[in-house]
Unconditional design. Sequence first.
Length: 403
Amino acid sequence: MKILVLNCGSSSIKYKLFDLATNEVAANGVVDKIGLKGSAIKLERPDGQKVLLEGEILDHQTGIEYILGVMTSEKHGCLKDLEEISAVGHRVVHGGEKFNGSVLVTDEVVEMMEKCISLAPLHNPPNLKGIESMKELLPDVPQVAVFDTAFHQTMPDYAYMYGIPYSLYQKYSIRRYGFHGTSHRFVSEKACEFLNRDFKSQRIITCHLGNGASIAAITNGVSVDTSMGFTPVEGLIMGTRAGDLDLGAATYIMDNEHIGTASLNTLINKHSGVLGISGVSSDFRELEKAAYQDQNERAILALNMFTYRIKKYIGSYIAALGGVDVLVFTGGIGENDTQVRAMICDNMEYLGIKLNEEVNAKLRGKEAQIQEQNAKVKIVVIPTDEELMIARDTNDIVNELAN
Ligand code: ADP
């Protein structure tokens, strides 16, 4: 069973072809700069060799044609025939309140997805373009949509509502949705599998720390709270996003800098976070070099702020869950940054969180337990794999359909 996973952005399409029979990634690459100068398809061959093929790729459909062409080409291909693709899974950013799980794409589903466009005007349209193009190119192949927001649809209303007039929720569906759901679901399930524990009986806090960062509280196998909100700008301090911010400060900035909503949006999404604070970088490797080698005070401040905010969220989620059994780290920073993990877990022993510093200091990028031997809370690193989760959901839904 070969499943193609597509992640269509505004000017790029990431793709991965999974062979779920052998659990191998048969093809992996990205179409870049769609509709722009220098468009190309970059791929990694199964032998690890990287290939770049330039071409005039004006739209998403042409991009997908390139992907299918490369996968069946003699030189770089892995398929004899496109018929070997049994289903296509799409990452879709926003499912609003309409989707609480992955779904088979039908005309009705597309219609419902179109209604979610206003909630993610930059992300959902290219996701839909991918679905439409695939329908044109491989009309007989079933497609499945997997939403970033779906896993968090189990949040109770008192966790997802904002303290603004209720009429705005009714009129515009303004509420917290949460994102990174596919990753939080994948790593929380995987952590329980790894620890040989029942997912449905654990209280889990998952920290997805990458360029975008969010944290989730999970109990009885469902998400009950998460740090991102109506948009992915709420919550943790991120690479370039502000995270939680006093709205009064936002309106004050607009008044005094004489800027409108578009500029404020750019400011809080692209120029804030650890980049905005440090003035150095949004990349944690560079940030830490500046902090520890050059003693750059603002880089040190950014790291302190980043880890302090996460510590506060962990504390509040322990209160929300009535305790915690498993704490999971994932994402580029969560999986690799030993110093950040140590700073977050520092002085949390009274809550049962006690890192084994020696084990933590050596652990990068692989599944492992990193807590002290007799600590109450298991602390685990789980590399995330959102594409694999999408492939598995797609496989499950298509199999159900066949039975
Ligand atoms: P994205 O949200 O774009 O998927 P990633 O999950 O790839 O982001 O995470 C990117 C972040 O992970 C960057 O800040 C990068 O510096 C950090 N990172 C990656 N490897 C390491 C490492 N070995 N040590 C510290 N930080 C790392």
